[in-house]
Ligand binder design. Structure first.
Ligand code: ADP
Length: 297
């Protein structure tokens, strides 16, 4: 199975002519609710891409929590171990979007911030994982502990270092794959350079490095092998929200399905290309049959 440990948020999307400044009040009636959080998005992407998927995370014991779990269940995710927190609300991202599509975002961590350490049941799930996929929207101590549990049991440990934070050495020691976009790659490498140069620098510390390059594709550098670089399918992008999350979930699903390197990248790129052609984050994440059709074309 693929285990995803991470955040789940309700996105409150507020459309405005202009994002208010300090002391200002702006009225609008254009407000919509969606599902997000990198952990949630990547879990839905992995499950829809065909992997048996378990989500480890926390939501509130509130209606927003039901709203989040409903979509996870519908995608076929095992939500048995998701925590329902009594004294914190579900994580919520308030996304203000102005008429020029510029945005300003406030995230209230809520229940996500309660994942301060692992329970025995969560540790057991992690020890049974073929692969673990994490991001950095839940407390670092828990990410560290989860990586150690899975690594010790022989699972493949993947970190999508987003949003970027300094990575402790004990975390790096337990990673098999670091997955980052170009911006995060420069931060992780501590310098600027071509994607190949950044991957080589990061590759001195982590066995496998995957850098996504937006519309320019992606690059995989595995220790001891030549780098593999692929182009992204040429498509008309309407909404790139969640492209990286879709890529990450589909890539790990393809990995546990046993696809070779090039095949994994192509499968993930096809999934992300489908997602950017449709609006929304979770709503735009494709299913395995759609991804397979796109790969064949
Ligand atoms: P993030 O969204 O995390 O910043 P990227 O922008 O690198 O990450 O996008 C992740 C992946 O999504 C890319 O490697 C690519 O496969 C796909 N993707 C993103 N934007 C486009 C696009 N305009 N056209 C086709 N594929 C895209």
């Amino acid at each position: 199975s693929v285990v995803i440990l991470g955040s789940a948020n309700v996105d409150v999307i507020i459309e405005l002519d202009r994002i208010p400044g300090p002391g200002e009040t702006v009225l609008t009636d254009a407000s919509d609710r969606g599902r997000g959080g990198k952990g949630n998005n990547q879990a839905i992407a992995a499950a829809r891409a065909g992997a048996p998927t378990v989500f480890l995370g926390a939501v509130g014991a509130d209606e927003s929590g039901d709203f989040l779990l409903e979509a996870q269940r519908e995608a076929g995710i095992d939500v048995t171990h998701v925590r329902r927190i009594e004294d914190a609300p579900s994580g919520t991202a308030y996304v203000m979007v102005d008429s020029r599509a510029e945005n300003a975002i406030v995230v209230v961590a809520g229940a996500n911030g309660q994942l301060l350490s692992l329970t025995d049941a969560e540790r057991e799930v992690l020890r049974g994982a073929d692969a673990l996929l994490m991001q950095l929207e839940v407390p670092m101590a828990t990410v560290l502990e989860a990586a150690a549990q899975t690594k010790r049991a022989g699972g493949y440990v993947v970190l999508n270092a987003a949003p970027y934070a300094e990575l402790p050495d004990e975390l790096i020691a337990n990673l098999d794959l670091l997955m980052v976009n170009e911006h995060e790659a420069a931060l992780a490498a501590g310098r600027s350079g071509t994607p190949e140069e950044l991957a080589a620098t990061i590759g001195e510390r982590v066995p496998d490095v995957l850098i996504t390059l937006g519309a320019a594709g992606s690059l995989l550098q595995r220790r001891g092998s030549d780098p593999v670089r692929i182009n992204a399918p040429k498509v008309d992008a309407v909404d790139t929200t969640g492209a990286g999350d879709t890529f990450a979930g589909a890539y790990v699903a393809a990995t546990v399905a046993g696809l070779p390197e090039q095949g994994r990248l192509e499968y993930a790129a096809a999934a992300a290309a489908l997602a950017v052609q449709r609006p929304g984050a979770v709503a735009s994440i494709p299913r395995a049959d759609e991804i397979q059709d796109a790969v064949r074309r």
